[in-house]
Design a protein around this ligand. Sequence first.
Ligand code: UDP
Length: 374
Amino acid sequence: MQRIMVVVGTRPEAIKLCPLVQELKKRRKVEVLVCSTGQHRSMLDSALRAFDVHPDFDLDCMRTGQRHATLSARILRGTDEILRAEDPDLVLVQGDTTSALSASLAAYYAGIPIGHVEAGLRTHRRDEPYPEEMHRRAIALLAEYHFAPTVTAKRNLLSEGVREESIFITGNTVVDALRISLGKSDPRLDWELPKDKRILLFTAHRRESLGAPVRGMLRALRRVLAEHPDVVAVCPLHHNPEIRSAATSILYDAPRVRLIEPPEMLSFHRLMAQSYLIMTDSGGIQEEASAMGIPTVVMRRNTERCEGIRAGVLRLAGSGEEEIYRLTSSLLTPGSEEYAAMKRPSAVFGDGRASARIADALEKLSPFPKRSCV
Ligand code: UDP
């Protein structure tokens, strides 16, 4: 039996890897070990709990105010010790976090093959998003198997010289997670939101949004609210203190704003489902909004989720106050044809069977050869 170690560190990784952990466990052909780096402590734990996934190892790497280099070093050392002790046959990482890159590097040094879930996303700008674009490009160099969510992602990998036989188009496991989450019927998760108002969901957390851009986003939101009296904004506040203080100082006396703690995944998906429009700089929310058909203003200069733009559910506004305000306000104008055209669920990011496809591919690929160079 082959042993696969799945490494998770942040909320989005847990959301996107737990459906795969569940799928692999069902098949019983592999032994699955879950290693949490604890990069995002509370948000990670609540996402794992939602799927009833309990890590076998916990590196507990989160420290307040920790620099990237220190976090990377801590995760590299921690995963190296576990990999040397457990000697799994394959390591699975997801996406573009410090946890994913550091665990990949540790596996590479130990000669253990790596499977990369959500491989091939690119903005083609090295520092946007920072440092995620560099992380995912580096993981592509380290990984043996690349699970690309879309054709575009596969093309990106091919253009970087990745061998075609090592790339599998699977869809994004976030759609699997969304199905599992929305399939749970629990009335306690539903939000009591005013029935006579439209809900505008606002989230911002990207590193490159910090400072002037996030203040511009918040001012745009304030102007939108002043103009549309039937809109209530719900703003889950990321734990970053800079975002919290900008939000409270810019929105403290704005009308109809709810500043809330970040809801755990099950509640958050319910909140999305009740939203009329979303403003976000998040990656995963762009994919979920596309799957659900919720028109979304992407508050970034570029996106690696161009499939959602092409499908028409996402609109890229840039990160400047004026463009964000103008686009959001026009979409909220009653009878907006532009809005009506965006409100269409799309399967561009997957059909909810990505985990099954990855598990199928892994079954066919096993046993995983170790690298002989070590
Ligand atoms: N999410 C959540 N609660 C929140 C905000 C987001 O559960 O308050 C979920 C969301 O559904 C998505 C994921 O977290 O699956 C996105 O994470 P985030 O925006 O932190 O990271 P990114 O996707 O930008 O890397």
